[in-house]
Design a protein around this ligand. Structure first.
Ligand code: FCB
Length: 440
């Protein structure tokens, strides 16, 4: 038995608060030969793209081992499981059958299925630079809802369109590997439009519990100098407002709409379809200052010298094995800030991802991370933010995109040679913490 870090019991979260864990299809499923290819397969095949040279062809082999993984979820005692539906798999013969089986298995284990309809693994023949992809996504949503809607009640349209735009299309660090910088803006708009059309398709199929998972993090200006504050505001627009403003306010931040092609005004009506809840993925705050005229290496990315901001090292905090600063109090700040910014337009919030990468099975750092972030989340509740749920990223170690298997975010360790699953200390900690919650 692994030694557990003694922590005081967590404060009580409201009855009905939804406790869950998250994964995504490409990162865990494997069985790549049993589905159509995605942009991630093509990207991974390009030499040098994935740091450890690995692929997601097998990953955690969840496709074949899902009963064991559902048993791990049941043992953890979570209410809900957020997974993603691979669009290329849905397009393949028999592909939807897999999600049918998975959803049945989850229901039998009394774990609510919460599918995300797109978590970055775009079918290879599609392209977010094309407006048509938005309509295709709505068709995909309708197909999945038709098959799973009798058992799935809670839906997520997109995962982190901001990261997918930035990393995949602006900076080229993720699939499809384009480095378009600000010319990537149509990718943002088309994903937003896809989201709105999918909300309509899901509603037409009877869904009434729909959200999106957006990445957010406080942006901290490097100093009070006007140049630094302006640069931080600009970064804040890109990360925190480019997607949230159209979704929640029905308009783009100043200066953005003009850069987009097409009839943006009428698209915005679709994009701002009311949501039942708003998903927030939180990992870290970012310190930003005025441009320094040089390329910057940041979190595995190369940021060009001519951006109107520069991302700075955030000193004075512990960091995860990924080098990400651990700042739980920034989660409170973020949620209170979102409520201040959007007021009544902000639907109830669900934390759809939060977690950290550390090596080892006796992962006391992960326990401290989760404990700290749950307390910070509770402080946001005390300050009146309507938060309805919290999902840990991730159930198990998995293929961390361009980092390959080098980053371990799981509550469950995966041995990539044998595919054996071993619950870590944090798994036992979360299970026990949930037992101290009144729950329903
Ligand atoms: C998020 C992604 C998720 C995972 C975590 C660590 O940005 O949504 O797939 O990679 O980061």
């Amino acid at each position: 038995m692994i030694a557990r870090m003694a922590t005081n019991p967590l404060p009580q979260f409201p009855p009905g608060f939804l406790w869950g864990v998250s994964t995504s299809a490409h990162q865990i499923e494997g069985a790549a030969d049993e589905r159509d290819p995605s942009v991630w397969d093509a990207f991974t095949a390009e030499p040098g793209r994935i740091k450890d040279g690995s692929t997601a062809e097998v990953a955690c082999d969840h496709y074949h081992r899902y009963p064991e993984d559902v048993a791990l979820l049941a043992g953890l005692g979570v209410d809900a499981y957020r997974f993603s539906v691979s669009w290329p798999r849905v397009n393949s013969p028999g592909g939807l059958d897999f999600y049918d089986r998975l959803v049945d298995e989850l229901c039998a284990a009394d774990v609510r299925p919460v599918p995300t309809l797109f978590h970055w693994d775009l079918p290879l023949e599609l392209d977010w630079m094309s407006r048509d992809t938005a309509a295709r996504f709505a068709d995909h949503a309708a197909v999945v809802a038709e098959r799973l809607g009798d058992r799935v009640k809670k839906w997520i349209t997109l995962n982190e369109p901001a990261e997918h735009t930035l990393l995949g299309h602006a900076l080229g660090a993720h699939a499809p590997g384009r480095r378009l910088l600000f010319d990537a803006l149509p990718v943002a708009h088309h994903q937003l439009l896809a989201h709105g059309l999918a909300v309509r398709a899901l509603r037409a199929a009877g869904a009434d519990d729909i959200g999106i998972a957006n990445s957010h993090g406080p942006t901290w200006a490097a100093s009070r100098r006007t140049e630094d504050v302006e640069a931080a505001d600009f970064y804040d627009v890109l990360l925190n407002r480019l997607f949230a403003d159209p979704l929640l306010l029905g308009r783009y931040p100043e200066g953005i709409g003009e850069l987009l092609p097409g009839d943006v005004e009428s698209d915005l009506k679709v994009i701002a379809e009311p949501l039942d809840w708003y998903g927030v993925n939180y990992y870290q705050p970012t310190k930003v200052g005025a441009p320094e005229g040089a390329e910057i290496e940041f979190s595995g990315l190369t940021l060009p010298a001519d951006l109107p901001f520069s991302v700075r090292e955030l000193e004075g905090y512990p960091v995860t094995d990924f080098g990400w600063p651990v700042v739980p109090e920034a989660l409170t700040e973020l949620l209170v800030g979102l409520r201040e910014r959007y007021g009544d337009r902000l639907p109830p919030v669900v934390i759809t991802e939060n977690g950290c990468s550390y090596e080892g099975i006796d992962d006391q750092e992960r326990i401290a991370f989760l404990d700290g972030h749950l307390r910070a989340l509770h402080r946001a509740l005390e300050q009146g933010v309507d938060v309805r749920g919290y999902f840990v990223w991730s159930l198990m170690d998995n293929f961390e995109w361009a980092e390959g298997y080098a980053r371990r975010f799981g509550l469950v360790h995966v041995d990539y040679d044998t595919l054996e699953r071993t619950p870590k200390a944090s798994y036992a900690w979360l299970r026990d913490a949930l037992r101290t919650q009144a729950r329903r």
